[in-house]
Design a binder for this molecule. Structure first.
Ligand code: HEM
Length: 164
């Protein structure tokens, strides 16, 4: 973690960008903290996702702190997060249904706590990251997903044919 907040032009520029996003969307560090805490309360109570987390996370507070930094970096471009999510997710026993459930709970929580604009800002980023994590999980199993394809239990789920 660098965590250094000197007055360099780079840091000033980053701070200005974060402030602009915050003013436009209403997203603040305090809102991120509320969102993350409530989201993981739901994840832990969820029959599909709860057991996967329970097996891997015993101390929740450090994970939550890491997720505050992650969402601060993703939503406000603060650069607070320095981890690498892909290696942590690639070996998980998950498929499309887990990512869909994760996104449903996350978006529900965001809609409850945020303005529509902030909820959309979070949801768009969450979907993109979830998609790339799902591709990473697939690749870890030797499966290359084409655009629109989803990861089934060990197999590929083909995209639905377009309905007209
Ligand atoms: C199938 C759905 C998901 C499951 C079951 C899952 C599970 C987990 C678990 C168990 C960890 C802790 C890993 C460890 O410390 O060993 C973790 C960490 C993390 N997850 Fe997920 N996750 C899911 C989806 C997502 C999505 C969609 C995002 C982002 C939008 C995300 C972001 C993160 C981040 C940033 C970390 C911290 C990684 C680090 O720096 O250590 N996860 N996840």
């Amino acid at each position: 973690m660098s965590g250094r907040q000197d007055g360099s032009p780079m840091n000033e520029r980053r701070a200005r960008i974060s402030r602009e996003i915050s003013e436009r969307t209403g997203i603040t560090e305090a809102l991120i903290e509320r969102l993350v805490r409530r989201f993981y309360d739901r994840v832990r109570a969820d029959p599909v996702l709860g057991p996967i987390f329970a097996e891997r996370i015993t101390h929740w507070e450090p994970h939550l702190q890491q997720m505050f930094a992650f969402w601060s970096s993703v939503a406000l471009l603060t650069g607070r997060y320095h981890g690498r999510p892909m290696p942590k997710h690639a070996p998980l026993p998950v498929s499309a249904e887990h990512f869909d459930r994760w996104l449903t709970l996350f978006e529900e929580t965001a809609r409850e706590l945020c303005t529509p604009e902030a909820a959309a800002h979070f949801a768009e980023r969450a979907r993109n990251i979830a998609q790339s994590l799902e591709m990473g999980v697939a690749q870890h199993r030797g499966i290359l997903l084409a655009p629109g394809e989803r990861l089934g239990d060990g197999a590929i789920l083909s995209p639905e044919p377009a309905t007209r």
